[in-house]
Design a protein around this ligand. Structure first.
Ligand SMILES: Nc1ncnc2c1ncn2[C@@H]1O[C@H](COP(=O)(O)OP(=O)(O)OP(=O)(O)O)[C@@H](O)[C@H]1O
Length: 304
């Protein structure tokens, strides 16, 4: 597999505090890599390091084949666009003018491509409106537009949906998917909103206390977050007996509730239960959520 970014035992100390404590991570080319961690886990610190805003205390990273200490790392960085913490935009300028400013920073002499970028992020009709009058979602999309100046093929977004309303979240999600799927941009996105990432990410990195706890593809994760049928019955004792005879894996939660972890023929099960005078009160299917998987990792219950 080809990797856009590889970090190797990265450490960042602030005094005696280890914000990053030997973090190793691989971001596959073409992926949407979801970096998941609680507040203070070290996500922003990691992003600041790979963007060159801070130096690691020890360890290293390789971006597009260049080590961070190589002189040529600036060439690799030009292939990268980022929003770190909040988007850096000028509130007294329009969206177009903001892009022009970024072009100046990057040394791009013409305005070529600005309109296309604004169209891509859905801000082509904002005209003379100053960005201070934009909604939070529009500002976030402008932040992404600024990060897209210079046509990067690796986009790094630090908590891009933080504080957005549901509509804003959907817009950012669709934009990220479009950039990845239609424009082939690899995306590293950090978040503590796990279920939001699950609608996007093709890879996950779970980080805690400055360490990578687990990296996993979305396909692998899906198979681990098992489908589960939640049953409410008049007697789980009877349910357990019937499920045992059907050789089905289950977990009893109370006298009346249980989870079943396999595909089950519901009509056969209810027939068998009614033969034994056990009433089925309710049935619903759910996935073990990404959230509970994360909790199980951080809690140490399911390290592999
Ligand atoms: N400049 C600094 N000086 C001292 N401590 C710092 C500094 N920057 C970050 N930290 C500490 O390092 C730890 C990791 O912070 P970081 O911002 O990377 O976490 P995060 O995962 O991005 O969390 P959040 O979701 O809250 O932004 C935190 O405990 C934070 O207080």
């Amino acid at each position: 597999m080809e990797y856009v970014l590889k970090t190797n035992s990265l450490c960042k100390n602030y005094g005696h505090f280890k914000a990053l404590n030997g973090l190793s991570m691989n971001v596959p080319k073409g992926s949407i890599y979801g970096l998941i961690g609680k507040n203070g886990a070290g996500k922003t610190t990691l992003i600041r390091l790979i963007c060159g805003l801070q130096e690691p205390t020890s360890g290293d990273y390789v971006l597009y084949g260049k080590k961070h200490i190589d002189k040529d790392i600036t060439k690799s960085r030009r292939r990268m666009g980022a929003i770190v913490e909040t988007p850096s935009i000028y509130v007294d300028l329009t969206a177009y003018e903001n892009l022009k400013e970024q072009y100046k920073v990057l040394g791009i002499p013409s305005d070529d491509g600005i309109s296309e970028i604004l169209k891509l992020v859905g801000l082509e009709n904002t005209g003379n409106k100053k960005t201070k009058n934009f909604s939070l979602g529009m500002r976030q999309r402008l932040g992404i537009a600024v990060a897209l100046a210079g046509s990067p093929d690796f986009l790094v977004l630090d908590e891009p949906v933080n504080g957005l309303d549901p509509q804003g979240i959907i817009e950012i999600r669709e934009l990220i998917l479009k950039l990845n799927q239609e424009h082939g941009i690899t995306v590293l996105i950090s978040s503590h909103i796990l279920d939001e990432l699950s609608k996007l990410a093709t890879y996950y990195g779970f980080i805690d206390n400055g360490k990578m706890i687990k990296q996993i593809s979305s396909i692998e994760l899906e198979s681990k977050c098992r489908k589960c049928t939640h049953l409410k019955v008049s007697s789980t004792k009877t349910l357990a007996y019937v499920l045992d005879t059907m050789n089905i894996e289950y977990k009893i939660l109370s006298n009346t509730e249980a989870d079943i972890f396999e595909k089950v023929n519901i009509s056969k099960l209810t027939t068998e239960l009614s033969k034994k005078d056990c009433e089925v009160i309710s049935i619903h299917e759910h996935d073990e959520s990404l959230e509970s998987y994360f909790v199980s990792l951080v809690g140490g219950a399911r390290h592999e």
